[in-house]
Design a protein around this ligand. Structure first.
Ligand code: FES
Ligand code: FE2
Length: 353
């Protein structure tokens, strides 16, 4: 279950080079994402209306996206402008097009009702001073202020909400991330969860010192006052996790911080695309922190991927489609998950089926 009237990240900008075509499934819809001759991104249903050949196997010409079978050519609004074997173009020679936007190093796609896309802004979180400036996703592309690892994409054989659950309950870290982000202190840490509008905010004040590996990566001395984790979530799968440390006598905004952009896009009901970036505020640590986070993230997300794949396989084995209806046990640690799932369910219910 996923809402369709939302902006979803469909690709990293670099996955679609000029005149390139990318085949991708977003919200169970196969799309051909491509760049027109002038570099603008576009997306068409990956299905030529003639003999249903995949348009992603065609090529981009000066006129548009040309089908690789009999050469019908379509513009980015889905109109057919050329049929090589006949002069007339029937009214039925068209293909569905999708609204797309390019921002923050990603190509965003709107799989729902196209008219609503125009008036809906891309997701963003409230910004503030210091590292909070990057919460509008400028932390991905503003390399003057940020040391950026990524963006990268992982394919996960699990429903996208299982990945959202995973990020909204970090008490899995000591068990799933024994070799990477393991921090028992997350279990006993003070946690404040709030929601404003459609967004959920989860703040964790860590009760133990920063791990020696990260202390070293940030090139911090021993005068650390605190370290913390905060998660910003917007429906359905858009998140920024901030991990930071403040020096004694300093304020949180001026501390060291890495913003972890985590954006999860449904592929099918049992698989998703996971896009991530780790951005170190002011590139503190001179690139060492950035590279350490990049490396740790690749290892840690492989641990999450295996866990989520196993979880999805077990859901499928027991015939469970939607954890919302079948879950037998809810813990205190699931509070943010419950909030987020309610918001997503409300959005799904509000859409015509
Ligand atoms: S199938 Fe596309 S032109 Fe024939
Ligand atoms: Fe994890």
């Amino acid at each position: 279950m996923f809402p369709r009237n939302c902006w979803y990240v469909a690709a990293i900008s670099g996955e679609v080079p000029n005149r390139g075509i990318l085949a991708r499934v977003v919200c169970e819809t196969p799309v051909a994402i491509y760049r027109t001759a002038n570099g603008a991104p576009a997306a068409l249903l990956d299905r030529c209306p003639h003999r249903l050949y995949p348009l992603s196997k065609g090529e981009v010409t000066d006129k548009g996206l040309q089908c690789g079978y009999h050469g019908l050519t379509f513009t980015s609004d889905g109109r057919c402008v050329a049929i090589p074997s006949q002069p007339e173009i029937p009214a039925t020679a068209c293909v569905r097009s999708f609204p797309v936007r390019e921002a923050h190093g990603f190509i965003w796609l709107w799989p729902g009702e196209a008219a609503l896309a125009e008036t809906t802004p891309l997701p963003a979180f409230p910004t503030g001073a210091g590292y909070r400036r990057g919460l509008d996703f400028s932390c991905v592309t503003d390399t003057g202020n940020w040391g950026v690892a990524g963006p990268e994409r992982i394919h996960i054989d699990a429903n996208y909400m299982l990945v959202v659950d995973n990020l909204l309950d970090l008490t899995h870290a000591p068990f799933v991330h024994k070799s990477t982000f393991s921090a028992d202190s997350v279990l006993a840490s003070e946690r404040i969860i709030t929601n404003a509008g459609d967004q959920v905010y989860d703040f964790i004040a860590m009760q133990a010192p920063l791990s020696p590996a990260l202390q070293n990566a940030y090139q911090l001395g021993d005068d650390i006052h605190d370290n913390f984790l905060e998660t910003h979530w917007a429906p359905p799968g858009v998140m920024i996790l901030a991990h930071g440390a403040t020096l004694k006598g300093g304020v949180r905004e001026d501390g060291t911080c890495v913003l972890g952009v985590n954006i999860i896009t449904p592929e099918t009901s049992t698989s998703c695309h996971y896009f991530w970036v780790q951005s170190v505020w002011q590139n503190k640590g001179n690139g060492i922190a950035r590279d350490t986070w990049g490396k740790l993230t690749r290892l840690a997300f492989a641990e999450d991927e295996a866990t989520l794949r196993n979880q999805q396989a077990n859901l499928s084995r027991f015939g469970v489609e939607d954890l919302d209806g079948d879950v037998e046990l809810v813990l205190k640690a699931d509070r943010a998950i419950v909030m987020a799932r309610r918001i997503v369910a409300r959005k799904v219910r509000a859409e015509p089926r």
